[in-house]
Design a protein. Structure first.
Length: 180
């Protein structure tokens, strides 16, 4: 995969997403993590073929994808202290260092697989860098943020809106768009 070609168009829903090797319910594959950045590759009916940020391609129920805005939000003002991307990057670096340490301990025989899983439980890291653009997962606020080099803005959030009164949740839901 050409890393520079990955452009997220969607994210997996906040609860994660089941996937399949082909547009066939009899061919299940590994589930996708919550809010994983995805690029829509194609559609067949309700099925959507997606390219994951790690280069893996799979099929999902396209009706459940959370759409991202076509053009990332642009910064129009100087960065505010709360919009500074450096704390989010520091958190991602710390989480990655913790994960690397857990892997090294597992590889060296200092921990078994169950201990590794227990220690890694709840650790969430997400980072996509594409030139000057950055998408970083903020686990504190359960959201993906976008940075254009000047300002960090919310790109996709983990929470779901409440359904309108009288509607059954999930019934004929359109693709949801995360507002910048």
């Amino acid at each position: 995969m050409d890393d520079s070609a990955f452009r997220p168009t969607h994210v997996a829903p906040p609860d994660g997403l089941a996937s399949w090797a082909a547009p066939d319910p009899a061919q299940p594959a590994a589930p996708l993590d919550a809010l994983l950045p995805l690029q829509l590759v194609g559609r067949t009916g309700d099925w959507a073929q997606v390219l994951c940020s790690n280069g893996w391609t799979t099929w999902v129920d396209g009706r459940l994808l959370v759409s991202l805005p076509g053009v990332p939000p642009s910064a129009t003002a100087p960065p505010a202290r709360t919009a500074d991307p450096r704390p989010a990057l520091a958190e991602a670096e710390g989480a990655l260092a913790r994960y690397r340490s857990l892997l090294e301990d597992l590889a060296a025989g200092g921990a078994d697989l169950e201990t590794f899983r227990e220690r890694a439980h709840g650790l969430r890291i997400g980072l996509v860098v594409d030139g000057e653009r950055l998408w970083v997962f903020d686990p504190v606020h359960d959201r993906w943020c976008y940075c254009d080099g000047l300002q960090l803005r919310t790109y996709a959030v983990g929470g779901r809106p409440s359904p309108p009164a009288g509607r059954v949740p999930g019934a004929d839901e359109p693709t949801r768009v995360a507002e910048p």
